[in-house]
Write a protein that binds this ligand. Structure first.
Ligand SMILES: CC(C)(COP(=O)(O)OP(=O)(O)OC[C@H]1O[C@@H](n2cnc3c(N)ncnc32)[C@H](O)[C@@H]1OP(=O)(O)O)[C@@H](O)C(=O)NCCC(=O)NCCS
Length: 243
């Protein structure tokens, strides 16, 4: 099984401003080695939020590979970039710029991570496999605006709930939370070549926003993994289609 995590950060949110020079924030979130790398990279917003998103995406992927969800302490999920402290950015066909690639490590577990930058948002996608023979893993990332006219996820929370099964709606706590499930489910249907009505994105019982989602086909678990994220103007997901 391949476990996927993703995280989007809306950089137009005022809470993201000035954090690179906020010593308390930097000291709480990053370990000393990471702090050194941040200084070496010039302490830019890109560096800070790329690392933040990588940690969140890494946490989501790694916690699914563990027997139980660990406490999420940002410092404990350590990020190391390949290509040094200021790697070259590479343009993607999607228009995104891949700004960082590397790994997130937590207690001997290692997730690969890619961070892309676009229109004032940073998006990290992480994955790890429980099978060391899995070499190349294709993940489908997506970042879209919640306010996309004509989209399947336009409408009020009450409207969006109508498009979800009772089990799916059980984990939904906001319009963004409903919207991201509708967008992701539509894309999974296309990737698997099945009608969307056969799919559900559900969560095990637990507190809202703290449960990893999983994909059901005709009510049965699948080897396709999904990760969801929402922040400000953006909803985002990452899909790994399993055999
Ligand atoms: C999981 C967590 C990282 C989400 O981060 P966030 O930036 O607030 O929110 P995002 O929008 O990026 O992600 C939310 C989605 O992550 C997914 N998710 C939640 N918990 C998850 C987990 N353990 N593993 C994988 N995915 C998870 C859900 O799909 C959720 O969507 P929903 O809110 O619509 O149900 C956050 O809930 C968290 O920090 N949890 C741990 C808290 C903790 O351990 N505190 C102790 C500190 S000492």
């Amino acid at each position: 099984m391949v476990f996927v995590g993703n995280d989007v950060v809306d950089l137009t949110n005022p809470r993201t401003e000035g954090r690179a020079t906020d010593d308390r924030f930097v000291g709480r979130v990053f370990d000393p080695e990471e702090q050194e790398s941040i200084r070496a990279a010039g302490g830019s917003d890109m560096e800070i939020w790329s690392r933040w998103a990588a940690k969140e995406a890494g946490f989501k992927a790694i916690s699914k590979a563990l027997e139980s969800t660990p406490p999420f302490v940002h410092r404990a999920f350590k990020v190391a970039w390949s290509g040094g402290d200021s790697p070259e950015a590479t343009a993607q066909e999607s228009g995104e710029l891949v700004v960082r690639e590397g790994a997130v490590e937590y207690l001997g577990r290692r997730a690969r991570v890619t961070v892309a930058w676009r229109d004032g948002a940073v998006h990290a996608v992480a994955y790890l496999s429980d099978d060391s023979a899995t070499e190349t893993v294709r993940i489908q990332p997506r970042v879209v605006m919640i306010e996309s006219p004509g989209s399947r996820w336009a409408g009020s929370l009450a409207d969006l709930r109508q498009s979800l099964s009772e089990r799916e709606a059980d984990a939904v706590h906001s319009r963004e939370s409903a919207a991201v499930r509708i967008g992701a489910r539509e894309e999974i249907a296309g990737l698997l070549g099945v009608t969307e009505s056969r799919l559900e994105i559900v969560c095990a019982p637990g507190p809202w926003g703290r449960r990893p989602p999983c994909v059901l086909l005709d009510g049965q678990a699948t080897r396709t993994d999904i990760s969801l994220s929402h922040d400000g103007r953006w909803i985002a997901w990452a899909i790994r289609v399993g055999a």
